[in-house]
Design a protein around this ligand. Structure first.
Ligand code: BGC
Length: 455
């Protein structure tokens, strides 16, 4: 069957930042090299039954040793920026105290290689790899972790701040809170349900303290990467809309309201430790931009007796105490992960953000968007990216101030509790040989970026 080639993408602004995103724990490997300390994920993956395919990330894509090849792939792709993360346990092996210069050397080399290739480095300071030593003293449930994070941020900025202009503090504190501390699907594997809320507050506080540290080092371009997606109610009933509103609060407001409005949604602040009012001043320091990771909308209804979540929600068993239940979204194609592909929900999300935050909303970046599919002739991934870029353009035409878009991810990599089974890359990894092979989507994006550059 032949299909009509899609029309070219609409034109994005000339200075729009095109990039791809990755993270340290999912790509670097080299977990015991050059003085790196253990991370919460090293410990979690070593526990039986935690990772679906029984794998771990000791080698991952071996980005630590093959970063030059990966920078070559980025250059050939034609992106303007590379979003990677710095591994806290590589830089401060025990989470607090001594800085490991050899760990920083790696990022020094990576940043130089990127700049030499004309690619802007965009480091994320924390993408879930909490140093294990800190996890042992309570991890993000305790306030000290936020303070240690700021000291680590300062050490990274001291070393890279002469060349790195754009910083991201945290990646998706919502997922770490929910999956790591609330439901136990991710490291550190705690199942605290709503007692996980202090982890949300301390990550936000860590963000605010890190912003201060970065600013003190002269940084003028700082953002955060939060996960968001529209929450749809399963029906118009009060029970379903109430449950959907609550889930929307957890995913879309719990982290954005304190950052953008300087307050928690109603009913939350009372459940948090610490001098919350003072902390909110630190948390809500102005950002230069706000990053959104978007994958899919969520359909939510009132709690049901059968608590197994649909594939849309990772298919995980949910505890009966939750005041909502995720439902399966029908009528859309699905990725191999089982997630619904709904590009127009990105437009909806960006419209809703403008409406909710108005003048308090800084410029936006899409810091992650992507999908998992098998194979290298990945027409589905091309359709996904094409559809989402059009949806993004629609939102921008309607008034959303979006300055950049980053695809998740450059290469296939370690997909957390799913192991290596889910392939999000524009570049295929053969895990036996670690050979990199650009997929059809890589070539498609390369062509699209060339078209955009032609102006
Ligand atoms: C995370 C990535 C992850 C991706 C796909 C995001 O939640 O930031 O680390 O690989 O989604 O699941």
């Amino acid at each position: 069957m032949t299909s009509e080639p899609a029309p070219p993408l609409p034109r994005f602004p000339r200075d729009f930042l095109w990039g791809v995103s990755t993270s340290a724990a999912q790509t670097e490997g080299a977990v015991a090299e050059d003085g790196r300390g253990r991370s919460a994920w090293d410990v979690f993956t070593a526990e039986a039954g935690r990772i679906k395919d029984g794998s771990d990330a000791r080698v991952a894509t071996d980005h630590y040793h093959r970063y030059r090849e990966d920078v070559g792939l980025l250059a050939d792709l034609g992106v303007g920026a590379y979003r990677f993360s710095v591994a806290w346990p590589r830089v401060v092996p025990d989470g607090s105290g001594a800085v490991n210069a050899a760990g920083l050397d790696f990022y020094d080399r990576l940043v130089d290689a990127l700049l030499a290739a004309g690619i802007e480095p965009v480091p994320t300071l924390f993408h879930w790899d909490t140093p294990h030593a800190l996890e042992e003293t309570g991890g993000w449930l305790v306030r000290e972790t936020a303070e240690h994070f700021a000291a680590y941020a300062d050490a990274v900025a001291a070393r890279l701040g002469d060349r790195v202009k754009r910083w991201i503090t945290l990646n998706e504190p919502a997922e770490l809170t929910l999956l790591g501390y609330g439901l136990g699907q991710h490291a550190p594997g705690r199942t605290l349900l709503f007692d996980a809320l202090p982890a949300a507050h301390h990550q936000l506080l860590g963000h605010g303290l890190a912003v201060r540290a970065l600013r003190a080092r002269g940084a003028t371009d700082i953002g955060i990467a939060n996960s968001h997606g529209p929450t749809w109610a399963a029906s118009g009933s009060e029970a379903d809309t109430g449950a959907a509103d609550f889930y929307d609060l957890l995913l879309n407001r719990l982290f954005a309201d304190p950052l953008l409005l300087g307050r928690y949604p109603e009913g939350i602040a009372e459940q948090l430790p610490g001098p919350v009012t003072d902390d909110l001043k630190v948390i809500s320091q102005p950002l230069d931009w706000y990053g959104i990771n978007y994958y899919q909308p969520t359909l939510i209804g009132a709690p049901q007796p059968d608590t197994a979540a649909p594939a849309d929600f990772g298919g995980i068993a949910l505890p009966p105490e939750l005041p909502f239940s995720p439902r399966r979204i029908e009528g859309y194609p699905r990725t191999d992960f089982g997630w619904p592909v709904v590009p127009h929900a990105l437009t909806e999300l960006l419209d809703a953000f403008r409406e909710r935050y108005g003048p308090s909303l800084p410029p936006l970046m899409i810091t992650e968007n992507g999908c998992s599919y098998e194979g290298t002739e990945d027409t589905d991934r091309i359709a996904f990216l094409d559809g989402h870029l059009r949806a993004l353009h629609d939102a921008m035409t309607a008034g959303a101030d979006v300055r950049g878009y980053f695809v998740w991810s450059l290469t296939d990599n370690f997909e957390w509790a799913e192991g290596f089974a889910r392939r999000f890359g524009l570049v295929h990894i053969d895990y036996a040989t670690l050979a990199r092979t650009p997929k059809a989507s890589y070539h498609w994006l390369r062509g699209a970026l060339r078209d955009q550059a032609r102006g």
